[in-house]
Design a binder for this molecule. Structure first.
Ligand SMILES: [Fe+2]
Ligand SMILES: [Fe+2]
Length: 272
């Protein structure tokens, strides 16, 4: 198995608490536009339940893995738990701006967790987590390299940059757990298929349910969607590059060492 860069060390959660204030964060905090804001707000809504699912799916196997990896798993749990908490705190900002989020959250919970997760074998759930961690790591890299966060309100930019940096730090943890538990290529591919379908499905559903509450009219929604052309290249990168890399039989998340991106940002955060 390939190793993480020696500078990674022990993965550690950081104490954090972002000062979210609906009087400071505007309703349309991405570029002042409704549609891109809805698309990122949908991610805020998806993340907390998703990250708790990641933790559950890995926890089932923590007694079956090597001691060194178990240490990293502990750090992974801590980081994902805090991400979930901070994104959940952001729900209050979305609601303060007049959006109802409960209906989406109920549908998402019912289908993804009371439905698919209960029916899926534990190993498949773990494999879905591994694939989603791969997508998240590419999204995180894009956040730093493509300057995607520059369009965001600073208070939300801080939350997403912190999250992105820690996603890069722990990007191989779930993968390494799956590799120790069952390194079947077919299992990894099945997880990728289910992860891709559910991520696209719930992301689109969440964004659509938020956009409908804007009462914008189809023409304006399409106009704003067209303006997203340059950002859509990031989405293409996530899914196309994501799948291309993941399909390689000998793929490992640290084949691409981008730890410096995360550490440069986190060094500033730790100092602050
Ligand atoms: Fe996370
Ligand atoms: Fe993660």
């Amino acid at each position: 198995m390939r190793r993480a860069p020696p500078t990674l060390g022990l993965i550690q959660p950081r104490k954090i608490g972002f000062p979210f204030d609906p009087a400071v964060i505007p309703r349309h905090w991405v570029n002042g536009k409704a549609v891109p804001t809805a698309m990122v707000n949908a991610l805020h809504l998806i993340f907390p339940k998703g990250e708790r699912f990641f933790v559950r799916s890995v926890r089932r196997y923590q007694d079956q893995i090597s001691p060194g990896l178990r240490e990293q798993v502990r750090g992974f749990f801590g980081q994902e738990g805090r991400h979930a908490q901070e994104h959940e705190r952001f729900f209050a900002i979305i609601e303060a701006h007049g959006f109802s989020v409960d209906r989406f959250l109920r549908i998402y919970e019912a289908i993804a967790y009371r439905g698919i997760e209960r029916l899926a074998p534990d190993k498949l759930s773990l494999s879905v987590t591994v694939a989603l961690e791969h997508y998240t790591a590419i999204l995180a890299e894009g956040a730093f390299e493509e300057g995607e966060l520059d369009h965001f309100h600073p208070a939300v930019r801080d939350l997403l940059a912190w999250h992105a940096a820690e996603e890069i730090e722990h990007k191989a943890v779930a993968f390494d757990v799956l590799a120790e538990v069952d390194d079947s290529y077919a299992l990894r591919m099945a997880g990728m298929a289910l992860a891709t379908a559910t991520l696209i499905g719930f992301w689109a559903l969440g964004a659509t349910m938020l956009i409908r509450q804007e009462r914008l009219g189809v023409r304006e929604v399409l106009r704003q969607f067209k303006e997203l052309r340059e950002h859509r290249s990031l989405l293409r990168t996530v899914f196309v590059r994501g799948m291309r890399e993941y399909l390689r039989r000998d793929f490992h998340p640290w084949d691409h060492d981008n730890l410096a991106l995360a550490r440069d940002y986190l060094a500033g955060l730790d100092a602050a």
